[in-house]
Write a protein that binds this ligand. Sequence first.
Ligand SMILES: *[C@@H]1O[C@H](CO)[C@@H](O)[C@H](O)[C@H]1NC(C)=O
Length: 657
Amino acid sequence: MVGQVGVPGNGARAVPGGGSAMWACGGRRRRRLLGGLLMLLLVAVALRRFNLTGLVPMQLKGRTLGLQARDSQFFLEGKPFRIFGGSVHYFRVPREYWKDRLIKLKSCGLNTVTTYVPWNLHEPIRGTFDFTKNLDLKAFIKTAEEVGLWVILRPGPYICSEWDLGGLPSWLLQDPEMHLRSTYKGFTDAVDYYFDHLIPQVVRLQYKNGGPIIAVQVENEYGSYAEDPDYMAYMKAALLERKIVELLLTSDNKDGLTSGFVSGALATINFQKMDPGIMTYLGTLQNNMPKMVMEYWTGWFDSWGGPHNVFDVDEMMTTVEKVIKSGASINFYMFHGGTNFGFMNGALHFDEYKATITSYDYDAVLTESGDYTPKFFRLRELFTSITETNWPLPPVILNKASYGAILMQQCVSLWEVLPSLLEPVKSEQPINMENLPVNNGNGQAFGYTLYETVIPGGGELHSHNHIRDRAQVFVNSLYIGYLDYTMQQLSIPNGQGYRVLRLLVENCGRVNYGRSLNNQRKGLIGDIFLNKTSLRNFKIYSLEMEPRFIESLHKTFPWSAVPDSAVGPMFFRGTLHVQQTPRDTYLKLEGWEKGVVFVNGKNLGRYWKIGPQETLYLPATWLKQGNNEIIVFEERIAGRIIQSTDLPFLGRIHYVS
Ligand SMILES: *[C@@H]1O[C@H](CO)[C@@H](O)[C@H](O)[C@H]1NC(C)=O
């Protein structure tokens, strides 16, 4: 799929993929160059003995010892080894691009890919598993092996990862007593059943069975949660019982290092800045063990309403060089972030609720679309100089396309499509989305839920903070306002006749980190009051907006021409015509307020005018030659066109430090 090009000197050929401002190097650069070169030399000398030639998956024959942690270092098949890894999540990258991203990882001088495994995608319905297409974990691991990379698997079950509920399926929350990430039987039974299906997928791909998996992580950052002292031992045993035989690891931030530890697994650390003494502290926890930074954060994720976070490349290199010099192993999180396609993003809720954006560019080593950044070339310079292997040359960048303006030609209102498309659930009291009797009893996992009830008059509508996460309020089709965590009250005007109060509630993403995991039920999670009387007798519509639903939209309804000023909630459709072989592009939704884009029926992700993200990455693999159908679900104020451009814009930059 991708050709090879000569190695450009120091990033000269880098294609600006992450917004040109991202490329600005500080004035410190020149001053640091000399220091950097000196450091490289020192590091190179210190590492001469790490000859990784021959320690490549396909070539390594004798397979008895595996990855060992002893005498303060790693050994692979008895030879000193260091893990130089990068994280790429197969579920955030189109399958067609897996190989390209992994070759880029290898050509950066790295030897290992690490990936999480998202339970909520692999078991969307309790007892129904999916390991196909973009979720074909075995194929991803085999691709890594072909490329010549080792694999560290991070199967969770909890993965954090800025992913809805940290990867846990939302149907777990149907149980009102649920204690996620504990030895509560309702949780461990579900984990056991999932692992019974997941682990056999990977057992034969372990090192000792001839495959590339050299280590497996037990759970994820449990030290920062630490609700149940028996939990980690249970999770470790769950792996061992199912024939996981490679080295076990745990991964924690500094604060969780002590409590996240489980005997029999090597503790590793996560950070962006290296606190003085942190490596020594890691050493005191486990004598004579190798040190590893499991997540070296190359950038940071973004939240709706915030800036685009960027981490300075010089600052990154300074720390990376320190880590390398200390003799530790390192894994770059993320090497390539990719995209939170659809409704899969997570959220944080400490002082306030903040949903993660659709892009998972992360200001990582590669951009969201797989392009090189200055971080790539700086790391490549470092790693190819300290290891003796024939690293592949960086593949050429795929050109992006600018397909121009896509005119939205037709529209249909949500109110028009609802009655004939969806059968509502009738309930006296509100029901949260996970407990709705839909999807064979698994409830609704993602998207919007519409709650309707007839009201006898106007008055003060109060949510008592029972809305998760954001509701648009309508009387019949008249927009009244919105309710969320901070906005909890609205005045409903008095009126006559039959009036329906409608709350269109959006699940903006479940929290993926912190202690509030058990409280992530969405929709209406309790009573809503009008003049202090709780509302009753609801019709509840579940709007997950899966491909089948989007498909049914245009079969059933007369779409009409778009009026001059269209307001949502409404579906719009237009055509993106692709003349030749499709290329990656970015969709810019200027003039639109908030909603979701569907490409050929598939949910690309959310947009929101509060930013920071202004363009959605649309991979060529989602497009076909000829006509491609673009559907936009706009909640409020619609634009008229969508612009297809060849440059992303992820928003106003904020340097994290
Ligand atoms: C709520 O109270 C207001 C003010 O007293 C009144 O006008 C309105 O009719 C009441 N609404 C209902 C539904 O009783």
